[in-house]
Design a protein around this ligand. Sequence first.
Ligand code: FES
Ligand code: FE2
Length: 401
Amino acid sequence: MRHDEQVRLIKELVAHLDAGTTVDAGGLRRIPTDSYTDLARAEQEMELFFKTKPQCLGLSLDLPEPGSFLTSNDLGVPVLATRDSDGTFKAFVNSCRHRGAIVESEPSGTKRRFTCPFHAWTYDTAGTLVGLPKTEHFGHVDTDCLGLVPLPAEERHGLLLVQPDPDGELDIDDLLGDWLNDEFPTWRFDDMEPVSRDAYEMACNWKLAMDTFGETYHFSSLHSDTLFNSFHGNVQLYTSDANNHRMILCRRDIDVMRNMPEDQWDITVAGLPVYWIFPNVILMPTRFGCFLVRAYPDPADPGRHVSRIGFYMYTELTKATGPEAVGVKEHIAGMAEGFAQIIRDEDYLMGESQQAAANAGALEHVIFGRNEPALHHYHNTYRAKLGLELLPLLDAADVKG
Ligand code: FES
Ligand SMILES: [Fe+2]
């Protein structure tokens, strides 16, 4: 992020702190709880938001070298992504052209060849069919036409982006918009190494997982013994465009930074930027790297989802040597692990609690407050894309349950 923008944002946070205010959505909204429970909706979401729309498979250094690969079963279509021999990021439908078996089952690794376990058809990192045993018995098919089905794929600003529909479009300018296209390169996401990866299978809808990242109103209660020690709760900034948004959370270190010369101000010390790429990706850059959180629905059960949470560290830190550097790295990795556990054991526990009540039909609606603008924007963006009626802005006096 440009430094003048960082200074502007820190001044806004300080102004909120001094005035005892936070960002204001201008009203409240009521959201129907069937958004988290309706099976037909879940099937529609998978089709519209996952199987046919650009997806983030990770950051560049998840595929660190030629031959690196990763697989995903989160998108409704099995995907195999590779870094080809020339370093290009590629992606394919992970299904053998013979009789459709999954070709690569490992989540990640390094290989020059991918051999289908069924009859040993073999593909290279460019998806080309390079081995077909016993052609004299099988038949001399045209192997040039029987490579893995390619998917539109592109690496942009350190994000590995894929379109799971082979005939679909991968319009990254549309996905990120001018604003994120402009701001993302400043974070150097392409220069961060994965240092931890967790997958949390939770009994709550994927949007409830996303919702927990949408406000800091809960810090002083839910995170009273954890994040609230290092963050001011209920103080945040908020900016959005058509699809995406950015929150700036307020770290307590701002109390010291505000008295330092402005040229030393750093938004990653004074705050925590939280980028939200619609519909399911959260990126949180820090001084040391970034968190990448992705939530994926269970299309057969709207009450379940899997969250994938990774922490990536700047390579200048991972490559540093000597006892002091090792200590710093361990400290950062420990912090990242602790943060991921807070998400699972505090935030997502609330998601499961909300889901249990929604499954029981306990309430028809829940409420988003004036201090939760990210939730207003997220859910109305979601509803607009599904052709649903938008949630109207209400005065507090009109919210009667
Ligand atoms: S299904 Fe893959 S080789 Fe037969
Ligand atoms: Fe939280």
